[in-house]
Write a protein that binds this ligand. Structure first.
Ligand SMILES: CC(C)(COP(=O)(O)OP(=O)(O)OC[C@H]1O[C@@H](n2cnc3c(N)ncnc32)[C@H](O)[C@@H]1OP(=O)(O)O)[C@@H](O)C(=O)NCCC(=O)NCCS
Length: 179
């Protein structure tokens, strides 16, 4: 994955303190499904270890000027679609970083990973993520309820999808070596 201002890399245990600092912010954790609150360095170490254990979750740390500012990635659902997600350190909000990383991730999913369909969702009290999802070109599927580890209850969400277009399909064929 590549984009203009940001670089992307696998997380390692040395990132645990930075991950805990970013994800341990209530305003980050409460907008996600699976970040508990409070969130310790040990929680971050366990999560980073689980990401690398081959269970199918794809995660990339997002760096700006060599500083970890967030993460993005996907899990594969039962239908074979990739559900994407992202979070950015609160001090870095409002600079277009989530949109830039999201575009890089969507491109990676369609071009390199070969997914035909992507999904994503946001809690209805998260207008910033709604806007990012709109800018990434997702189409609204409809309302649902989603669990939040931080809130410890379900809350209303909106679900979205995006299908691979011909442009991505052709670039996928171009990118693959001839059989
Ligand atoms: C959602 C999140 C990733 C956005 O990160 P970001 O880097 O600030 O996003 P961007 O700067 O790329 O875009 C944010 C957009 O939301 C808009 N926005 C921000 N707050 C808003 C609000 N309260 N109401 C409406 N729009 C809002 C911004 O104006 C911007 O849109 P614009 O480019 O049209 O002006 C970040 O807030 C975050 O990490 N939140 C906690 C975790 C989370 O929500 N993850 C996503 C789970 S679905």
């Amino acid at each position: 994955m590549r984009s203009r201002r940001l670089s992307y890399r696998a997380l390692t245990q040395t990132d645990a303190a930075a991950v805990a600092a970013i994800s341990g912010d209530w305003d980050v954790a409460r907008m996600t499904a699976r970040i508990p609150y409070p969130y310790s360095v040990r929680d971050a170490e366990s999560w980073i270890a689980s990401v690398g254990d081959g269970t199918g979750e794809f995660v990339r740390g997002i760096e700006h000027d060599s500083v970890l500012i967030g993460a993005c990635g996907y899990v594969v659902d039962a239908d074979g679609a990739a559900e994407i997600g992202y979070w950015i350190a609160r001090s870095r909000w409002g600079q277009g970083f989530a949109t830039e990383a999201g575009r890089a991730l969507v491109g990676h999913c369609f071009r390199s990973a070969g997914f035909r369909r992507l999904t994503c969702c946001h809690f209805t009290d998260n207008p910033a993520s709604k806007r990012v999802i709109e800018k990434l070109g997702f189409r609204l599927i409809g309302p649902a309820a989603g669990w939040s580890d931080a809130r410890q209850h379900e809350a209303p969400i909106l679900r979205y999808e995006q299908w691979r277009t011909w442009a991505y399909y052709l670039s996928l064929r171009t990118a693959r070596p001839a059989a």
